[in-house]
Design a protein around this ligand. Structure first.
Ligand SMILES: [Zn+2]
Length: 413
């Protein structure tokens, strides 16, 4: 490793360490919520949501740190390289079979490191707090389905990537960026058709008041909304939510059945209007374009860092040796962690915009405010997370911010 490379890796690790420590600090000591919150929530409600969020934040940061620690442990010693040599010996020196074995080994180890956190956060805690409606068997089935999918897709990705490093030794990162960009579009298009149905059932909303609401809102938004579907979310959770997904012909708004069952019609209208606003403003395509930019940046930086770190291995002809996979994973994990504030700032901007457009569409700030209050109460959303936590991890403005924006919108009419 060159001196420059050690400076880069050390800086990345120290930065991630500082951000994680600050995250831990504000998780344990979140401070006070702004006094304006008491107009909408009781101290008991705020406290309960904070306790729940505290647990979930601890699980997520500890899970991240455990994975990073494991990758550092592999990279720092000779283990990453000796595992890879073991895989090559096992396959009689044949490169691709060795790469596959090595990838599966690393993938399984990372899964094993993450599993306790995953199980605790998405099964045990969810049951303790009364959110989960899932049996243990059904949780495992989800976990297995998701894992097999991930193993196949990321395995194919790794094979292609390492093949590209042999084919285009100096520009593989640009080729990978191009491929990944295309894949981002294809997978966004196909996700609602192929992946989502593996986990849930989707029904078109039946004729009735909600359907009428959709038609009216779509008319006002100037959209041809063909697909509004109800998802059987209640098979896993009591939480309510909705989302907008897909691309072109697969665009759709999905409402959780839990939302329709437990929320009054004008709050459901506010949700649908918010999702339509994402649709009208092209937030998915704009998000994809940001994603493409981030891909190229990340892969270009990855190449630069690998070149400094593994100068000798990279100078040799042929594909990169399999053990570079671990350093790649470590770099990508660290860089995406450090890139989170940017990604979330963009997402929060879109969410704020969608709320504003939704208010224009419904003209009903009161319903929007009650919706945010109900969602925060029932889903135990942190009413006003510490600003640092919001900066690092919030993809949406806080419930209190969204309530105040609706108040402000109402006051100016
Ligand atoms: Zn949204």
């Amino acid at each position: 490793m060159t001196a420059k490379a050690s400076i880069i890796w050390t800086t990345l690790l120290i930065l991630a360490g500082i951000l994680s420590l600050a995250f831990l600090f504000f998780t344990l000591f979140p401070g006070k919520v702004p006094a304006v919150a008491w107009q909408y929530f009781t101290p008991a409600e705020v406290e309960r949501a904070r306790r729940y969020q505290q647990i979930m934040r601890l699980v997520s940061i500890l899970s991240f740190l455990a994975q990073i620690a494991f990758l550092v442990w592999l990279v720092a010693g000779t283990r990453a390289a000796s595992w890879s040599e073991g895989a090559l010996r096992l396959t009689g020196g044949r490169y691709y079979p060795a790469l596959v074995i090595y990838f599966v080994l690393i993938w399984l180890s990372l899964k094993a490191v993450g599993l306790p956190f995953n199980f605790y956060g998405s099964f045990i805690v969810q049951h303790q707090w009364g959110f989960s409606t899932q049996s243990l068997a059904s949780w495992w089935l989800d976990y297995l389905k998701g894992s097999v999918l991930d193993l196949i897709l990321s395995g194919a990705g790794v094979l292609l990537l390492f093949w590209a490093t042999g084919r285009w030794p100096h520009t593989w990162w640009a080729a990978a960026g191009l491929f990944l960009s295309g894949w981002l579009f294809v997978s966004t298009f196909l996700w609602p058709l192929l992946i989502a149905p593996l986990f849930n059932r989707f029904q078109p909303i039946p004729e009735g008041p909600v359907k009428t609401m959709v038609t009216q809102l779509a008319g006002r938004a100037g959209l041809k909304v063909k697909e509004v579907l109800v998802m059987d979310a209640s098979r896993r959770t009591t939480r309510a939510n909705a989302y907008f997904t897909g691309l072109g012909a697969t665009k759709r708004i999905v409402l959780y059945d839990t939302l329709l069952a437990a929320y009054p019609p004008d709050e459901v209208e506010a949700v649908i209007a918010h999702e339509m606003a994402h649709w009208q403003r092209g937030h998915i395509v704009r998000g994809l374009l940001w994603g493409i930019l981030a891909n190229f940046l990340l892969l270009g930086l990855l190449y630069a860092v690998l070149k400094l770190t593994f100068t000798y291995e990279i100078a040799r002809p042929g594909s990169y040796p399999p053990h570079l996979l671990v350093a790649m994973l470590l770099f990508l994990q660290l860089a995406s962690f450090l890139g989170q504030p940017v990604q979330n700032a963009i997402s929060r901007r879109y969410e704020t915009e969608a709320d504003q457009v939704a208010l224009e569409l419904t003209g009903n700030p009161g319903a929007m405010i009650r919706l945010q209050v109900d969602l925060a109460r029932k889903n135990l959303g942190d009413i006003a997370p510490p600003p640092y936590i919001a900066w690092l991890t919030s993809s949406h403005p806080s419930p209190l911010d969204r309530i105040q924006a609706a108040e402000k919108w109402g006051a100016t009419r």
